[in-house]
Write a protein that binds this ligand. Sequence first.
Ligand code: PLP
Length: 431
Amino acid sequence: MSDTIQKYKDYVMTGFLKSVAPIVVDHSSGVKVWDDQGREYLDCFSGISVVNVGHNHPRVIAAAKEQMDKLVHCSSYLYHVKPVADLAEKIARIAPHGLSKTFFGNGGAEAIEGALKLARLYSGKHEFIALHASFHGRTWGTLSITGNQGRKKRGGPYASGIAFAPAPYAYRSLWPDDPERCALHCAKCLDDVIRFETSGDVAAFIAEPVLGEGGILVPPSNYFREIKKVLDRHGILFIADEVQSGFGRTGKMFSIEHYGVVPDILVTAKGIADGFPLSAFTTRPEIAAAFQPGDHLSTFGGNPISCAAALANIEVMLEENLPARAAETGEYARKSLRELQEKNSLIGEVRGHGLMIGVELVRDEKLTPANSEAEAVRDSLLRQGVLVGVGGVYGNVVRFQPPLVITKAQIDHAIEAFRSALAEVAQAAVA
Ligand code: PLP
């Protein structure tokens, strides 16, 4: 066993998932990573949907190094720091209309916590509504609004004042062939949840425009418009959790843009700085004004190096038109995966926006989740040198979320490996 793996076992507090071949990642470039044995992998998971412009993008690294030589930290909330100001301005330019003031934190959960706090202060109300199958982080507050027992288990009881509405999971709804009807049903349920499960003191509704950890669930095209009508009727703010789906991942800069709806607060992290730790929540000036000076602060939040990296990251995305490229290559990948589905009954559904793609594996027509098969597929792909994720509320969704710079040839390679992984799993079932 390698020294690094042994030290992880002895000294790192962690819960590694069972994996046939634990690897030590050594270095990376673009869509590829290499382990400490020099073996090459095609990374179709981007460090959990993070390195959107590719690993070690030279411009991002150069911007970070330049900043590192000047200033690492002096607290961006006690003193003014140029990269923070420049990045906040840049985000105001690319964010959905009217969202122009940003608070910077370090990770997704921290930004979600901040957004919840801001929503309460602005609205003067205290409760929240979230979705079944949602995931918003691992702190106590974010687990409280997470609608997934798998993530919450052994951590309760959780915060009170939180209600849950059904997720727009059309594939497992009564209307798998009529997703718009599923969306109308979900909007009606949200109205019922507000009326019957809350005291009417609801500050905000929070949702991921594509539910990532829930299984890359793509809400039907009318979903957020219908939801927004309900929220507006009840005077409830809408927080879009784009921690995973933001920054080009879904073929738009922000995935809520697919739905023609503007959230009141937009939360981002993962893809914002190509791997440097940074998160943000962005809102309209009148909502931002609910934070009085000193109401909210983060020692490391708005770190100058991360902000400089984020600025370069966004510039690369805009110059290389990466959201549009993700839309095109994502469509190409889904088409190939659907062709594979025709010959493979283990594939229940292929779904996604851009390069946020989920393949739900099922054992039969009753849609019994093929969760051990999904893990076996991931392990086979790892052996073949392709990194993917597995997730979903039933643990049966293979997740393809590669850097947005992946080429069609690399997609072909990954899908061919996926085809042989499926064949391997099918053969093992017969044996
Ligand atoms: N929100 C969403 C939608 C996520 O996918 C995640 C992480 O996977 C989080 C929040 C939490 O982010 P972090 O792990 O950076 O705290």
